[in-house]
Design a protein around this ligand. Structure first.
Ligand code: PLP
Length: 396
């Protein structure tokens, strides 16, 4: 470890995530043998272009006075943008949110980091349902807290009894992510109601509120008209972390929000704490130009047709070969059983067939791989012989 810097930060900086490492390998490999010969399912970068309305809105806002367009906004975001988002949510969910319930952030990542820091004290515990988005653990630990793992059930749904059994006097929050990365599961209303009931009872028992932090960047990426329940209407002590990275295909623009609903008894305090956490993290305000773009695009529908077609081709192809997987209901990931217990080794052997699939270990579970199907349809179709060859190798 160098003495010139912070050990932990150094470690986080050099390690990188296994997803990014695999992606970097893919870039290298594509340069060597040609992009069409590498089947890169590593990353969660949307493969559907942003809606035409986004381009139109960007061109429109460029006509605004520069000082206004590129200047700082209020720390929680421009009032007009927050009003447009609140109105859109109210139309969709029958709520009565005000701009003051919204704090705009640089994507869901910043929203989550600020929300976690807003409610925890050092030494607290935050429960994550495995498999989970790997960054949760880092944010929880950076806030001086412990991440407590609760394994999902066989259908990759929250195991409410297990979550309840892990609650202690130090539990401050549970993070839920539905539609889920990495499994594609969508949590049904009944399961969320049971979870809410368990959290209410436990909050009463330990004498302080246990918050639900709902990580929802994939809220609109769902198939077959499946319901994505509005969690604050089930459990009022829910903080919603949202992003336009996936719904409007804008991951590089870094725009999202924290919603602290007005139905939460302590919403004013929690909202102030989110803003305070944002200050300590140096957020200042979310990027101004894209705030104005989002303001004009809040009701733009998410185009899931291409992901749905990819999902159909992938599930059909893999089940024909004989792979086992969790039927994805949302997001653009497929959670597939590795053909051996060691998912890292399985992923390595897949690499030899130019298949880049992420081992489950970093998501807090063993024995699976994540296949990100936010790729071209041709990639899915052309990768099938490689999936077949990998399968045959194990059966030989
Ligand atoms: N949460 C989940 C589950 C994600 O998959 C991602 C990104 O892939 C994020 C949060 C972070 O999203 P953003 O790009 O909006 O920061």
């Amino acid at each position: 470890m160098p003495s010139s810097c912070n050990d932990k930060m150094y470690e986080l900086g050099v390690a990188g995530s296994s997803i990014r490492v695999l992606f970097a390998y893919g870039q290298q490999r594509k340069a060597q043998i040609g992009a069409d010969k590498v089947y890169d399912f590593s990353l969660g970068n949307p493969s559907v272009p942003a809606p035409a309305k986004v381009r139109q809105a960007i061109l429109e806002v460029l006509d605004e006075p520069s000082l206004q367009l590129h200047g700082y906004t209020a720390s929680p975001g421009a009032a007009s943008t927050r009003a447009a988002i609140a109105a859109s949510l109210n139309r969709r969910f029958g709520t009565s949110y005000q701009p003051d319930n919204l704090y705009l952030t640089m994507g869901a990542a910043a929203a989550l980091d600020a929300s976690i820091r807003a409610v925890v004290d050092p030494g607290d515990e935050v429960i994550c349902i495995a498999p989970f988005f790997p960054e949760y653990q880092m944010w929880i630990e950076a806030a001086g807290c412990t991440s407590v793992r609760s394994m999902a059930d066989a259908d990759m749904q929250p195991d409410v009894d297990d979550i309840a059994s892990r609650i202690t006097e130090r539990t401050r929050a549970v993070i839920v992510d539905s539609p889920n990365n990495p499994t594609g599961a969508v949590y049904p209303r009944e399961r969320l109601e049971r979870l809410a009931e368990a959290l209410r009872a436990a909050s009463e028992r330990i004498g302080r509120t246990i918050y639900l932090i709902a990580d929802e960047p994939y809220r609109e990426v769902v198939y077959d008209g499946i319901e994505v329940p509005w969690i604050p209407s089930i459990y009022p002590d829910t903080i919603v972390c949202y992003s336009y990275s996936k719904s409007l295909s804008l991951p590089g623009e870094r725009i999202g929000y924290v919603l602290v609903p007005d139905t939460m008894p302590a919403w004013r305090e929690v909202f102030a704490a989110v803003a305070g956490a944002g200050r300590t993290l140096g957020y200042v305000c979310a990027p101004s130009l894209i705030q104005q773009v989002v303001e004009r695009c809040v009701d733009e529908p998410t185009d899931v047709a291409a992901y749905a077609a990819n999902r159909a081709a992938l599930t059909e192809g893999l089940s024909k070969i004989g792979y086992e997987y969790v039927e994805p209901q949302g997001a653009f990931y497929l959670w597939m059983k590795a053909l051996e217990p060691d998912a890292k080794r399985f992923s390595e052997r897949a690499k030899a067939h130019e298949l880049l699939i992420v081992p489950s270990d970093d998501f807090g579970m063993t024995g699976y791989v994540r296949i990100g199907y936010c790729v071209s349809h041709d990639t899915i179709v052309n990768s099938m012989p490689a999936f077949q060859a990998l399968y045959d190798e194990y059966r030989a």
